[in-house]
Write a protein that binds this ligand. Structure first.
Ligand SMILES: [Zn+2]
Ligand SMILES: [Zn+2]
Length: 273
């Protein structure tokens, strides 16, 4: 569960497990809306609050800005919601694009957040060892069942720190030459096999960059579009990971349209615009 604040002036939202992180982001965001009300000259700075009639003058510019941010924050701090899940925004099912380097604290925090409500978790990944380490370390308990889909031949060869025999875990090793259609079919079949009437399904999908590298954009986009609608029909919550600096911005902008929600994950905070 995380704390959430949604801007009333624009579509910006921030989530974090740490309330102090949310406060810091909110203050900077509010300043970006109201910076025009700050006037500065050789004697310092002066601001007028857009919400009330308070004005303030400071000789030190940094101190003045900090005061303004703190003051703005007081007007909106009651709008911070606690015990929220990011997926509440999409009624807990659908697909989310997480823009973050794949092996980063931000991406791992997102993986934990989106896996924690699940009974059945599936990961499609080229880094199976790190995914099982994360599940073992960061979750209070494993999902009832986890399946890893990977093309790694010996996915857990160097995992000696976890008792994988005891974990509710299955691995399906995919042929390196698997077609994009077969990949989709395998994923749906695994979910079908594990699903029971009330089980909550989540899918963590790491290989979007690989697909964009291997196939032309149109083929990769079509695959995501078809997969998303099939997973949505199963009421799954799917979290896709993509490093934004590894793709052209124009491609990312088009790709975003295929998802119900897209967020940036950095450290312990998630944001969306
Ligand atoms: Zn805003
Ligand atoms: Zn005010």
């Amino acid at each position: 569960m995380v704390h959430q604040w949604q801007c009333r002036e624009c579509k910006f939202t921030v989530w974090s497990s740490k309330q102090s992180k949310v406060a810091g982001v909110v203050k900077s965001h509010l300043l970006s809306h109201y910076r025009h009300t700050v006037e500065s000259d050789e004697f310092g700075i002066r601001w007028d609050c857009p919400y009330c009639d308070k004005t303030s003058q400071s000789y030190d510019a940094d101190e003045g800005i900090a005061k303004f941010k703190d003051h703005l924050f007081k007007h909106v701090s009651s709008l911070i919601d606690s015990s929220v899940h990011v997926a509440d925004r999409i009624n807990r099912t659908g697909n989310i694009l997480i823009l973050s380097p794949l092996e980063s604290t931000g991406a791992n925090n997102a993986r934990v957040h989106f896996t924690s409500p699940a009974d059945i978790a599936v990961f499609v990944t080229n880094n199976p060892a790190e995914r099982v380490r994360l599940l073992d370390n960061a979750l209070q308990s494993w999902p009832a069942w986890t399946t890893i889909l990977t093309t790694k031949a010996q996915p857990f060869a160097d995992v000696t720190d976890i008792d994988l025999e005891a974990a509710p875990l299955d691995v399906a090793i995919l042929d390196k030459g698997i077609s994009i259609t077969e990949l989709g079919e395998t994923l749906i079949r695994v979910l079908d096999e594990q699903q029971t009437s009330n089980s909550r399904l989540t899918v963590g999908f790491d290989i979007l960059s690989a697909l964009l590298r291997l196939f032309d954009t149109e083929t990769a986009f079509k695959f995501v579009h078809v997969l998303n609608s099939r997973l949505a029909n199963m009421d799954a919550l799917t979290h896709y990971y993509l490093n934004p600096s590894a793709q052209p911005e124009s491609e990312i902008n088009v790709l975003k349209e295929l998802f119900d929600l897209h967020i940036q994950a950095k450290g312990s905070r998630f944001t969306t615009l």
